[in-house]
Design a protein around this ligand. Sequence first.
Ligand SMILES: [Zn+2]
Length: 124
Amino acid sequence: MLSEKQVKKLRNKLEKAKKSLEGQLLKFAKADSKAKGNYKTEFPKIGNQIDENAQEMTEYEQNISLEHNFEDELKLIQKALRKIEQGKYGVCESCQQEIPFGRLEIRPQSILCISCKSKKEKQS
Ligand SMILES: [Zn+2]
């Protein structure tokens, strides 16, 4: 079992990671007022020349894929924070074994233990 102190430490890490992700998202995206936790990438305005338009398009596409990565990460973090509140944090979603503190310390948003995670990665 994780001690209260360990959970507190991990919660701090999660909250920091959440703030930093939100900050990075807001550099190129806007929070969606209709869907909570959702962001919309804004179309960058560089200029009106053809090469500038092409640059805008490339940047926009890159930002969209970044946005999706950040959003997925953010969702995991929010999920982990909810689990902490419910007292269900640190348990593997697949085999119900406890996830070791060492793993959570590196990646506090982990929802699978290492063996389930590697099993899953082999499948996909
Ligand atoms: Zn597991």
